[in-house]
Design a protein around this ligand. Structure first.
Ligand SMILES: Cc1ncc(COP(=O)(O)O)c(C=O)c1O
Length: 369
């Protein structure tokens, strides 16, 4: 009988995620599965919470990984906080801001948005004006907009939200582990991320963190959280306290992987990891310039881990991407929405952000355009 897994080759993942996974993380997943209430496993869970607090620069007690991908993190944040007609402001400059709008609208929130051109950042003064017009329960923004490669001014927006009663909700799916993020200093109340980008873990977990103010808002709900699986009031009894209560069976081996991935980042040193992302981004931009490929985003708003580049004139979008995959074992991403057919998205996330990968891609691209 044919086993399809035998056909899997190593691909250099240079798209918008998943990213390359360090062998130590894959090995961690292959360790024996423990029971979800085994004291040894509980110790690993506790260690993950501490690793996350260190990396997020927060004292938030409610800092845990949720089962599911980044979108489960997004759902967890909104579903635990929103009740019908709650006023929510969402800042949109790409696909993932739009996804937030969809999630919050489905929950019956009274959603206002401010939209910005794709490829440009959120304009802080426009947010300031909106906040002076209306009171919001939540103000939400994507830190690293993966659909465009733009970094949004998260600390500056946080400074504005701090002067209101609103909770500040930040998507850090692509930013965490690639650029600095400091929850407590930046006034972030509600945070979610994903494992398959700069944490360089396979997809499957969503780190989240809620401030005391956000936890109070959950406690003040008049109605039950309308989603059983993501209800933090129940999940927390498995992640905290002397006796742990079963909620759902934890994805044990994925949690080993997250532990190992966070271990590697903290061992290399957060600053060194950020520098490695930046240095490889600059090496890529320089190399692309030499072969005539231009960047979509202005240099001051660029993300090091997600590089959106204009497809050069005459190059066949899908043809080049499939030749990269087939002949060079490199994956890059296509453009989304209004940028489909106009850009490629080149990821330098986590373990992918290494000079040999940048050079390999530049050589391959040069031969194909
Ligand atoms: C910024 C951002 N938010 C949310 C998501 C959704 O995450 P997932 O695909 O892991 O569910 C992604 C995925 O690419 C993302 O880039």
């Amino acid at each position: 009988m044919e086993n399809l897994l035998n056909g899997i080759e190593e691909i250099t993942l240079m798209g918008p995620g998943p990213s390359c996974v360090n062998k130590a993380v894959l090995d961690a997943m292959a360790k024996s599965t423990l029971g979800h209430l085994d004291p040894k496993f509980i110790n690993i869970m506790d260690a993950i919470k501490e690793q996350m607090k260190t990396l997020l620069h927060t004292n938030n007690k409610l800092t845990i990984p949720v089962s599911g991908t980044g979108s489960a993190g997004m759902e967890t944040c909104f579903v635990n906080l929103i009740e019908k007609d709650d006023p929510v402001l969402i800042l949109i400059n790409g696909v993932f801001g739009m996804r937030m709008q969809d999630v919050a609208t489905r929950l019956g929130a009274d959603v206002d948005t401010i939209e910005f051109e794709w490829g440009t950042p959120v304009v802080v003064d426009e947010v300031k004006a909106k906040l002076s017009e209306k009171k919001y329960k939540i103000v939400a923004v994507v830190h690293a907009e993966t659909s465009t490669g733009v970094k949004n001014p998260v600390p500056e927006i946080g400074a504005l939200v701090k002067d209101t009663d609103a909770l500040y909700l930040v998507d850090a799916v692509t930013s965490l582990g690639g650029i600095p993020i400091r929850l407590d200093d930046w006034n972030i109340d509600v945070f979610y991320s994903g494992t398959q980008k700069c944490l360089s873990c396979p997809p499957g977990l969503a780190p989240i963190s809620f401030s005391e103010k956000a936890v109070e808002a959950i406690k003040k709900r008049k109605t039950k959280v309308p989603n059983w699986y993501l209800d933090l009031t129940m999940i927390i009894n498995y992640w905290e306290g002397a006796t742990r209560a079963y909620h759902h069976t934890a994805p044990i081996n994925m949690l080993y992987a997250l532990y190992q991935a966070l271990y590697l980042i903290l061992e290399e040193g957060e600053e060194n990891v950020h520098k490695r992302h930046m240095n490889n981004h600059l090496r890529l931009v320089n190399g692309l310039d030499k072969i005539g490929i231009k960047m979509l985003v202005d240099s001051q708003y660029r993300l090091p881990m997600l590089n959106s580049v204009y497809i050069p004139q005459g190059a066949d979008d899908a043809g080049v991407r499939s030749a990269l995959l087939k002949d060079h074992k490199i994956e890059i991403g296509a453009g989304l929405g209004p940028l489909a057919g106009k850009i490629w998205r080149i990821g330098l996330m986590g373990h992918t952000a290494r000079s040999e990968n940048v050079d390999k891609l530049l050589t391959a691209l040069k031969s194909l355009i």
